[in-house]
Write a protein that binds this ligand. Structure first.
Ligand SMILES: *[C@@H]1O[C@H](CO)[C@@H](O)[C@H](O)[C@H]1NC(C)=O
Ligand SMILES: *[C@@H]1O[C@H](CO)[C@@H](O)[C@H](O)[C@H]1NC(C)=O
Ligand SMILES: *[C@@H]1O[C@H](CO)[C@@H](O)[C@H](O)[C@H]1NC(C)=O
Ligand SMILES: *[C@@H]1O[C@H](CO)[C@@H](O)[C@H](O)[C@H]1NC(C)=O
Length: 185
């Protein structure tokens, strides 16, 4: 009996979920106290040059919208964009935004991003939050939705105020200031 309990603790099984089932009994959900954390950093999305942090994965060969730009309608990029404390890359990298963005606007140049913002320094080292949102890059200031998180940011929800610090529409290189408000456990 005791041995089974120890085994269950070690394997992390047969605790909330009975051994013979794949689900637990449903019960009222009591949420833990939520915390709010503000983050401020800069994201560097570099498409051009020998060491890009955003690379083209696919694009249609028949699109007409924004065909004369590096990000025609329908193109998809994968990124590993450094996050820094100040606008300059030399100011100190504190994490990275890994994920995808797609050029999704036909009339107005627009992106939809799926980004996991992971941190590599300080209290939130190893934690990340997930942004899944429009990124209306033709507006200097805009807002994006935060839909989840890991580690310290488990169950995060929130929003990010985004501001273009630098953008070169001929190369699609950009630096973006991010003020993020996260509500999490
Ligand atoms: C797009 O690619 C397809 C398949 O390779 C080809 O048949 C078609 O001619 C291409 N269209 C253009 C506009 O290049
Ligand atoms: C970053 O700092 C370097 C060296 O001080 C400077 O040459 C460069 O212009 C700066 N870049 C930005 C984007 O401010
Ligand atoms: C961040 O966490 C990783 C993995 O646990 C660890 O290897 C690394 O030393 C940590 N970095 C800092 C700056 O704490
Ligand atoms: C972020 O917050 C700082 C300090 O409150 C402010 O100076 C800056 O304009 C804000 N930036 C954005 C993109 O909201």
């Amino acid at each position: 009996m005791e041995g089974r309990l120890v085994l269950a603790l070690i394997l992390g099984v047969c605790t909330a979920i009975p051994c013979h089932a794949y689900y637990s009994p449903s019960k009222p959900y009591v949420p833990p106290t939520e915390k709010v954390t503000q983050l401020h950093f800069f994201l560097h999305d570099t498409v051009s040059g020998k060491d890009p942090t955003a690379v083209l994965v696919a694009r249609p060969n028949f699109t007409t919208a924004f065909n004369n730009t590096p990000i025609p309608f329908g193109s998809v990029f994968a990124t590993d964009d450094p996050l820094t404390v100040g606008p300059n890359l030399t100011s100190g990298v504190i994490g990275n935004a890994q994920g995808l963005w797609a050029s999704t606007g036909q009339d107005v140049l627009n992106l939809v991003v799926y980004w996991d913002f992971g941190f590599t320094q300080g209290k939130f080292n190893g934690s990340s939050f997930s942004m899944f949102s429009r990124n209306t890059i033709t507006q200097t200031e805009r807002e994006a939705a935060v839909v989840g998180g890991r580690g310290e940011f488990r169950m995060a929800k929130g929003f990010a105020k985004l501001k273009t610090y630098f953008a070169d529409f001929s190369t699609a290189d950009a630096i973006m200031e991010c003020n993020v408000t996260l509500i999490h456990y």
